[in-house]
Structures are given as C-alpha cells and as structure tokens.
Design a protein around this ligand. Structure first.
Ligand code: IMP
Length: 190
C-alpha cells in the first residue's frame, strides 16, 4: 500500500477533529491534576502510537511528573489485528517501585497488549498504577481492563491519525479518521 502524497485523500471519514481531541486532552489533564494534586506522577507511555497523546497530555497535567517510554510489538498477526503475544523492544529506563504510575495508551482494542503490560509493570512494585487511554474500542475487548481515564469510545473500525498508524504511515495526521478501503488493498497485479 502506497499512501497518497496528500494523506487526507486516503481518509474516508474523520471521527475526531483536532479541536475535539485538544479539548478532550485538556479535560483529561485537569482530571488527572485534580486526582494527583499533592503527589508526584510517573507517566509511562507505549511507543510509537501514544507519542502525540503523551506529549500533549503531559503539558495539561499540573503536578510534578517524570516520564518513561516503553516500546512493544505484537508477535505475528495481520497489520490490523493484535496477536496478544507481546515482545518488549524497549523497557523502562528507571525503576518505578513506590511510584504512582499512569500508563498512557493510544487505543485499547482487544486489551491483550495492556493486559500484558499491566502485569509486567505491577511486578515492578509501583505504589499505584492507573490507565489513561485516548481511545477505547470496547466491541473487540477480549480481556477486561479497568480504564481509569478514557478520552473517546470509537466504533469497531480501524482508525488512523494522532499517533495511530496503518503500515507505519498516517501517524502525523492531526485528527483521527478511518481509511478508504482502497488504502488497505494491495495494488492489483498487471
Ligand atoms: P490491543 O492489544 O488489541 O488492545 O491493541 C493495542 C495496540 O494495537 C494499540 O496500542 C495500537 O497500537 C494497535 N491498534 C489497535 N487498534 C488500532 C486501530 O484501530 N488503529 C491503529 N492501531 C490500532
């Protein structure tokens, strides 16, 4: 699949505009600030999809905080499916024992990735661990995950933009949208 030079031409529908996302991130930041006032926070984000959300959210939180980044990949599975087997490509760079951790995720789909990460991080003895997800796709959930802060619920469609990719492209779109079916299809052989 080759993206159009103007990536917006590959988008069939915008689900969340830049303005809606900005307002929601500010709202989430205010709630998190209220809940953690007087304390300190460690935000742990999962590359690469959560990068824009993390960057915007951390600037809407008014308590002292540290950030750390992990990178994981799913073993196997098609480009739009999660296999549930997770490999850690980049681990935390500092210990989190005794810390209040907020795991910042772009989207929770089957929940398999987060389920694995939660168990992994709990094993490092944080004082508390909560989850903040920009998008929640409950229709496809395979494991129940307690999500403390949710930005938006999205329908059972594959979405791109604001960090989310298809084939590593479209992460820099400032909105969240759904691709045209042609963007998924392999070019037909002559
Ligand atoms: P889960 O393990 O099925 O919950 O999927 C988690 C990861 O799959 C997310 O952090 C995303 O990187 C990716 N993902 C799930 N749904 C979508 C989508 O609609 N668009 C882009 N990436 C997605």
């Amino acid at each position: 699949m080759k993206p159009s030079p103007d990536m917006k031409q590959d988008v069939a529908e915008i689900l969340l505009t830049e303005e809606e996302i900005r307002a929601k991130v500010a709202e989430l930041g205010a709630r998190i600030t209220a809940d953690y006032t007087g304390g300190e926070l460690t935000l742990v984000s999962v590359l690469k999809g959560s990068l824009p959300f993390m960057a915007d959210l951390m600037r809407q939180i008014d308590v002292p905080l540290r950030i750390d980044l992990m990178e994981v990949s799913s073993y196997g599975g098609a480009a739009t499916e999660s296999s549930g087997l997770v490999r850690i490509l980049k681990d935390l760079s500092a210990p989190i024992d005794g810390r209040d951790v907020l795991l910042v995720e772009d989207i929770i789909d089957t929940g398999l990735t987060l389920n694995y990460l939660l168990r992994y991080l709990r094993g490092k003895n944080p004082r508390s661990i909560k989850i903040c997800a920009l998008l929640n796709k409950p229709a496809r959930r395979l494991v129940e995950i307690p999500i403390d802060y949710i930005g938006f619920e999205v329908p059972d469609r594959f979405v791109v933009g604001y960090g989310l990719d298809y084939g590593e492209v479209y992460r820099n779109l400032r909105f969240v949208g759904v691709l045209r079916p042609e963007a998924y299809e392999e070019p037909s052989q002559p």
